[in-house]
Design a protein around this ligand. Structure first.
Ligand SMILES: Nc1ncnc2c1ncn2[C@@H]1O[C@H](COP(=O)(O)OP(=O)(O)OP(=O)(O)O)[C@@H](O)[C@H]1O
Ligand SMILES: [Mg+2]
Length: 347
């Protein structure tokens, strides 16, 4: 008897996406089904190319369909279409950008820019269209970390972001003469940021990563109110003083109804390159404990590692320079978890 489309769909209803907690059929992931004799082929359209469960969902779908009697071959083509999640009333800003994620920290120097850069490149490596916006007026370090020395060109009336490592990059540093940045005040920063949002030809992006200035002052608050954020990531180091700032950061976003996508613990531990022994320099596990206590997701922990720092200084982020390293794998994993969290936001 010929295999029917309904039979295949029924079988696929047993395949769950654990992040979204629904099956792949009701999620609308199954597209372009073709049944040719004993061969069934279809597309599995995920909500992000950075899906950490790609391989698992593909295998589970193949297995489910292969159980149908008469099926000999199953061809699953994995694709993705990122779904937008944005604060609607701010709909006019950045219309082509589906998801805007702020990377924030209550405290300076915890590695926010390092995390922003590596996550942006990691998402781009998965095939997503990614923008990176550096709004840190007090130390626009992102161009250095991305190895960018050019200034953006103007085309028509708009600035064109600089393309590097598959990421479209803009920085406040491009607009501000280097040595005057520190005397800028809130309203001036906001004006410049607005320019970066509206006078830049960002095009269509799946994700825009925004590196915020450290802290929870006026500038930060105005920024998170102005930009139609999908959510925020909080970067911290593990020691208690930094963790107090995490709570402050979380509270700022809660106040303006921006979902917390998760906490990243940076400089979490040191792994000796010679003997492999692990030392918890700033203690350890505080980020995860804070995440539990605040009931927000924990996205992962990164080691304190010379290669991560060199990656920043040299303008070749570690996920570019040494993508197979354990550190890069952690960045890729965090990017995947982050993308999954964005996908599971309610619209
Ligand atoms: N996991 C890490 N291992 C080693 N060095 C790191 C790590 N993360 C960040 N660094 C280094 O620490 C310094 C501060 O990092 P970064 O600039 O990313 O922090 P930040 O939170 O953005 O700082 P600021 O608050 O000044 O914006 C940089 O020199 C960076 O290379
Ligand atoms: Mg920074």
């Amino acid at each position: 008897m010929a295999i029917t489309e309904q039979e295949v769909l029924n079988a696929l209803k047993s395949v769950m996406d654990p992040d979204l907690n629904r099956d792949v059929v009701s999620l609308g992931f199954i597209k372009d089904m073709k049944i040719d004799g004993s061969t069934v082929s279809f597309k599995l359209e995920l909500t992000t190319p950075a899906c950490p469960l790609k391989a698992q969902l593909k295998a589970a779908s193949e297995e489910a369909v292969r159980k149908i009697s008469g099926v000999e071959e199953v061809v699953v083509d994995i694709t993705s279409k990122v779904v937008p999640h944005r604060v609607e009333e701010k709909g006019d800003i950045l219309p082509g950008v589906k998801n805007i994620v702020a990377i924030s920290s209550g405290k300076g120097g915890v590695g926010k820019s390092t995390v922003s850069v590596n996550l942006a490149v990691a998402l781009a490596k998965c095939g997503a269209r990614v923008g990176l916006l550096d709004t840190d007026i007090y130390g626009p370090s992102i161009p250095i970390m991305m190895g960018v020395t050019d200034k953006p060109e103007i085309r028509g009336q708009k600035m064109v972001p600089i393309e590097k490592y598959g990421v479209s990059l803009m920085s406040l540093g491009f607009l501000v003469p280097e040595d005057t940045a520190v005397i800028w005040r809130g309203p001036m920063v906001m004006k410049a940021v607005e320019q970066l949002l509206t006078d830049v030809d960002w095009g269509d992006l799946d994700y825009m990563i925004i590196d915020l200035p450290p802290g929870t002052g006026d500038v930060q608050l105005t920024l998170v109110q102005k930009v139609p954020l999908s959510g925020a990531v909080i970067v911290t180091t593990p020691q208690d003083v930094a963790l107090l700032d995490v709570v402050r950061g979380i509270n700022m976003f809660r106040k303006v109804n921006v979902p917390i996508l998760g906490i990243v613990e940076n400089m979490s531990f040191f792994q000796c390159p010679h003997c492999g022994e692990r030392t918890d320099i700033f203690s350890h596990g505080g980020g995860e404990a804070a995440a539990k206590k605040q009931e927000v997701p924990f996205l992962g922990e990164l080691p304190i590692d010379p290669e991560i720092r060199v990656g920043g200084d040299s303008g070749r982020p570690i996920v570019v320079e040494d993508p197979k390293s354990p550190q890069s794998r952690i960045f890729m994993e965090i990017a995947g978890k982050l993308a999954a969290k964005v996908s599971s936001l309610s619209k």
